[in-house]
Every structure is written in C-alpha cells, then in structure tokens.
Design a binder for this molecule. Structure first.
Ligand code: NAD
Ligand code: IPM
Ligand code: MN
Length: 356
C-alpha cells in the first residue's frame, strides 16, 4: 500500500489535482496497485481552519506519507496577508525544506503533436527533451532576509544568496548521474563572473567532474543560458542550476513544450518526495475549467516512477498523454487551428479512457 498525501491548494490546484488523482486511480485499477489517498489542507483552506497556511497536521500527514501530490498555492486573498503568513513563504518553502527536497526535476519534453503550439519555430523545438535540475532548498529563498528603515527615512531590503559546498555537491552528483543515464551532456548554469556563490558552485562542479568521466560538463552564465534556450534548445540535455535561476529558466523552457501547463516536476532528496506541476495557482483562469491538468498528471507519473518504482504505470500515463495530444485534444493554453478544444475535466477524462 502506497500512501499519498494530496494537497490541492489554491486556484486551479483544486481543479487539476482531482484529475491527477483520478488518473492514478485508473492506473491503480488497471495494474492492481494499492494506492491510498489522504487529503490535507494547505494555504487558503488551512488558513481558514487553523490560522496558518501549513498547519502541523498537514506537515505530519506529509511526513507520514510516501509521497505528496501538490497543486499550487497562492491566491489574491492570501496575498493580503503579511509575508510571514503568505503560503509561498509559509507553506511551500517550509514543506520543501522540512522534507529535505533539495533536488527539483523539471523535464521539458516536446510532444510531437504540440510542435505547432510552441511560439518557437517547429525546427527549433522538435524532439526537445531537456532535464532541468533546480536546487530547491538553498539560495536566495532560504538565506537571511531583512527589511529595515535607514537614517534618512528610506527603506532597505535584503535577501542573501548562500550555498555551502555540501549543498552544491549533492545536487551536483545528482546532475552528473542524471546526465550519465541520459545523453551525457551536463550544463551547469551560474553567474560566476559576478557572484561569489556561483564561483563556489562552478569550482565544486569542476571538482566533481573527474568522478563522472562519461559526462561532458560545460558551464554557462545564466543570461546566456536564457538566450540559448530559445536560440537552440537542442544543444541541452541536462541543466543544473541554483534555486532562483532554475525557477526562472524552467518557466521559460516550458514554452518550448507549448505551455507552462505541460511542465511537471518531482522534488526529491528526502524520505518523502513531492510532486507538483511547475506552474502556480493561475488565479486568472481558476474555477473556469480552463486549466491544463497535464503537468499535474505527468507529475503523478513521475511519482509512480521515482517514489514507488512503478515504471509500467508511469509509462502508461505518459503514453496516454501522448495519445490524447495525438488525437487532437487541447486545453485553451495549447489550442491551435483544427484541434478539439476541451476543458480541464474532459482532458483528464480523455487521458483516463486511454489508460483503461
Ligand atoms: P502561474 O504559473 O500561476 O500562471 C502564469 C500564467 O500561466 C497565467 O497566465 C496562467 O493562467 C498560466 N497557467 C499556469 N498554469 C496553467 C495551466 N495548468 N493551464 C493553463 N494555463 C496555465 O504564475 P503567476 O500568475 O505568476 O502566479 C499565480 C499565483 O501562483 C501566485 O500566487 C504565485 O505565488 C503562485 N505560484 C505558486 C506556485 C506553486 O505553488 N508551486 C508556483 C508558481 C506560482
Ligand atoms: C515554483 C514557484 C515557487 C518557487 C514560488 C511560488 C515560491 O514559482 O514552484 O516554481 O519559486 O519555487
Ligand atoms: Mn516558479
């Protein structure tokens, strides 16, 4: 029996997570997996009931499960709260930190039927398969922060970008191993021409390299990487980078695949792993059956693979997603001429039909 904590969160999280759960149930029925779903409250719902976006009960539920499926957090209502109670800072980051999830895998795969959905030229995006490995529990998000009033009455705010050697080594080793298991190309992205933390990052990556002779390591400044991702994405296999750079580059890279709604993620490193789409709660389309559930559904496939070792089920989900796209079904974010427009629920249903 595999226990899965299910935290839908805010906005479209409430629409896409039920679709992913239903897909997992379909896979479980087909392959006789035993999955137990245990619902937890996070962000708005949790704040209303317990006065905190990540109440101890939710954290405990996650700690006592094998994996966590998360939608997204953040809403106009929660934006009104002081920073220390906002769900991005008070729920999502502590959840990642408490569970020790230092490695965030964001695979950017371009499905052939979606080549035309990208804003880039077909020849640039065809066949793209990039793994972005984002460090997730260090850097600016977790370094000392401060806000203070200066003598002249103005304000000053401070975020600190901190990385230690062990923190870089552990994500670095994972990146080398991932590259070794793929096409053997690793690009480490930093800003070593300016940032001290990036110098340590680069030196550490260089020091690890001899342990992985099969991997071709190169380095790229983050500004150049942002440009190269849209100039010639085919040059990339695995990209490893620090927290903030990875956040930004992965949103950008998602458009190679046609939509942010196609980018799943797995956060690994501790006993319990967390699976969530790379996107947010999308308040602009929430509650309207417009959201693309595929990033979350593909995150569920990553859960079967990485947490439970259920490769067959993971592949069944991925194959069903490919088939649905091949059959022309599109949520509005992916819509192009001649395709069949569907909502969140219909998209989930089409995936389930193809699995069953
Ligand atoms: P967002 O990712 O929620 O949305 C960005 C744009 O992409 C929007 O136009 C949205 O409609 C679209 N989009 C996102 N996911 C989509 C999907 N599945 N299908 C179709 N379209 C989709 O980012 P944002 O608007 O900058 O932030 C909204 C809220 O989400 C904020 O409160 C932010 O803090 C939060 N957020 C949370 C997470 C998370 O929980 N992991 C991640 C990012 C943002
Ligand atoms: C993401 C999000 C989060 C991040 C925010 C909401 C804290 O953008 O998961 O990519 O920056 O990690
Ligand atoms: Mn992000």
């Amino acid at each position: 029996m595999h226990q899965i904590a299910v935290l839908a969160g805010d906005g479209i999280g409430r629409e896409i997570v039920p679709e992913a759960v239903a897909v997992l149930e379909t896979v479980a029925a087909k392959y006789h997996y035993s999955l137990e779903f245990r619902t937890g409250l996070v962000s708005e719902d949790a704040y209303e009931k317990y006065g905190h976006p990540l109440p101890p009960a939710t954290l405990e539920l996650c700690r006592n499960s094998e994996a966590v499926l998360l939608g997204a957090v953040g809403s106009p209502k929660m934006d009104q709260l002081p920073p220390e109670l906002r769900p991005e800072r008070a729920a999502l980051l502590p959840l990642r930190k408490e569970l020790g999830l230092f490695a965030n895998l964001r695979p950017v795969k371009v499905y052939d039927p979606l080549i035309g959905a990208s804003t880039l030229k077909p020849e640039a995006v065809q066949g793209i398969n990039i793994l972005i490995l984002r460090e997730l529990t260090g850097g600016l998000y977790f370094g000392p922060k401060k806000r203070e009033r200066l003598a002249d009455g103005s304000e000053q705010a401070l975020d600190t970008l901190v990385y230690s050697t062990p923190e870089i080594e552990r994500i670095g080793r994972l990146a080398f191993s991932a590259a070794r298991a793929r096409r053997g190309k690793l690009v480490s992205v930093d800003k070593a021409n300016v940032l001290e933390s990036s110098r340590l990052w680069r030196e550490t990556m260089v020091r690890l390299a001899p342990e992985y002779p099969e991997v071709d390591l190169s380095h790229m400044y983050v500004d150049n990487c942002a440009m190269q991702l849209v100039r010639w994405p085919g040059q990339f296999d695995v990209i490893v980078t620090e927290n903030t750079f990875g956040d930004i580059l992965s949103d950008q890279a998602s458009m190679l695949a046609g939509s942010l709604g196609m980018l799943p993620s797995a956060s690994l490193g501790g006993k319990v792993a967390l699976y969530e789409p790379s996107h947010g709660s999308a308040p602009d389309i929430a509650g309207k059956d417009l959201a693309n559930p595929l990033a979350t559904i593909l995150s569920a496939a990553m859960m079967l693979r990485h947490s439970f070792g259920l490769e067959e089920g993971a592949r069944a989900i991925e194959a069903a997603v490919a088939q649905v796209l091949d059959d022309g079904f599109r949520t509005p974010d992916l819509m192009t001429e001649g395709m069949t427009r569907v909502g969140t629920q219909a998209m989930g249903r089409e995936v389930r039909i193809r699995i069953a």
